[in-house]
Design a protein around this ligand. Structure first.
Ligand SMILES: Cc1cc2nc3c(=O)[nH]c(=O)nc-3n(C[C@H](O)[C@H](O)[C@H](O)COP(=O)(O)O)c2cc1C
Length: 388
């Protein structure tokens, strides 16, 4: 279990979910996920977000335990997505004197989710630079529009120097899971917030002006040490610059011949001195991880079967996801396979045209049904070109 102790005054009241099959109905989470929420105990008591419906009872029990008979003065709402906001109405009903502290956009969106009585009087709308005194603790509000959703804001508590970072610095994996941060944080960030690199960079610039000693995200561990490492990863991911030197080989094969060629390409790349080569079978491996790998490495070889005068759908899906997530600044190499009129390369190129700052290697490997020596020779040329 990750250490969730923050301080005498700031308490973790979130919960692990290890039985959810798919996060946001599409992302595999083999080690679950945590829904984080925090309480600041001072002259006034502030609850920092609620959690997912699935863990309602556990959250209220944790909250009651920390409150120890006190009541809630403020419910700070950073983000209205249901994995954080599901219990807003229940909390508002249970603590009728509590004010809901939120951005103007969140206030406008709130009635779409909940029918909260006397909403006008209950809301304390905050904007960029506003502060809220709780006693010795003082929250500063920093707007973070489209760091996932438009209503998002983050909060900086100046006394303990804590950034409550909403979905920023979040990660898949329950707090009970023993796993390192980077891979599951990357898979989370790229797939969920990856499209909004510009907005993340804007937020990081604002954060750079703050003295942050602890980051309290809405998923994943509380970050207390080595914060430069985590912030550095976010700077890289949100800039769309490759994180590491290496080549991703991603293949989509119906009967295995394109896959055999892609595996051969891995060997050829290694033999030509590639520092690192990662292989992904898009028909079976986790698509979200393949997308994250495309952000991780600067060079990508795509190998796909031709299909109905186009591209085999798992490759099409992969490429559309990359376009959707705004991937840019990459070099691609293409391998196609077809039994009568190979056309996957043309189809893949067409989708890549939707990306910014993309180079496509001139050497295209075009296989007819099964790989031949002439195809391997072409792979050698492609390897030399992409590694140059
Ligand atoms: C549904 C379907 C559609 C296909 N469409 C095309 C096509 O449009 N053009 C082509 O040359 N081959 C087409 N093929 C054939 C495959 O692309 C070809 O057999 C290729 O070698 C398959 O490689 P694999 O062994 O990796 O699946 C199609 C195959 C299937 C099953």
């Amino acid at each position: 279990m990750k250490d969730t102790y923050i301080s005498e005054a700031v308490k973790y009241i979130g919960a692990d979910d290890t039985t959810l099959d798919l996060f946001e109905s599409q992302y595999q989470i083999p080690n679950g996920v945590s829904y984080n929420s925090y309480v600041i105990l001072d002259e006034k008591v502030a609850v920092m977000d609620t959690i997912d419906e699935r863990k309602t009872d556990e959250w209220f029990a944790n909250l009651e335990n920390v409150l120890n008979g006190r009541t809630v003065d403020y419910l700070v709402i950073s983000h209205l997505e249901p994995d954080h906001a599901a219990n807003i109405k229940r909390a508002a009903d249970k603590f009728p004197q509590a004010q809901l502290v939120l951005s103007a956009k969140a206030k406008a969106m709130l009635p779409q989710f909940f029918d909260i009585a006397h909403l006008e009087e209950r809301c304390l709308v905050v904007k960029e630079g506003d502060t809220l005194e709780l006693g010795t603790h003082k929250l500063h509000f920093v707007m973070a529009p489209m760091v996932h959703w438009p209503e998002v804001m983050v909060e900086y508590e100046e006394t303990e120097k804590i950034l409550f970072s909403a979905d920023g610095f979040g990660k898949f994996g329950a707090l009970s899971a023993e796993e390192e941060w980077t891979d599951e944080a990357r898979r989370y960030f790229i797939n969920i917030v990856g499209k909004y690199g510009v907005q993340v960079q804007t937020l990081l610039k604002k954060a750079a002006a703050l003295d942050i000693q602890t980051i309290c995200p809405l998923h994943g561990p509380v970050l207390k040490e080595n914060l430069g490492f985590y912030i550095g990863k976010y700077l890289t991911w949100s800039s769309y610059e490759p994180e590491e030197d290496g080549v991703l080989v991603a293949c989509a094969s119906i009967h295995g011949n394109t896959k055999a060629a892609a595996e051969k390409m891995v060997e050829v790349l290694r033999a030509n001195g590639a520092s690192k080569v990662v292989f992904m079978d898009l028909t079976r491996d986790d698509m979200a991880e393949a997308v994250a790998d495309a952000f991780r490495y600067g060079k990508i070889i795509l190998a796909a079967a031709s299909y109905d005068a186009g591209v085999f759908p798992p490759m099409e899906d992969f490429l559309h996801r990359l376009v959707h997530k705004n991937l840019q600044k990459r070099t691609f190499g293409l391998i196609e396979n077809g039994s009568w009129a190979p056309c996957a390369a043309r189809g893949m190129k067409g989708i890549l045209e939707g990306m910014k700052e993309v180079n496509v290697c001139e050497n295209v490997v075009s296989i007819k049904s099964t790989m031949k020596d002439t195809d391997v020779a072409k792979m050698e040329e492609l390897a030399k070109e992409i590694l140059a």
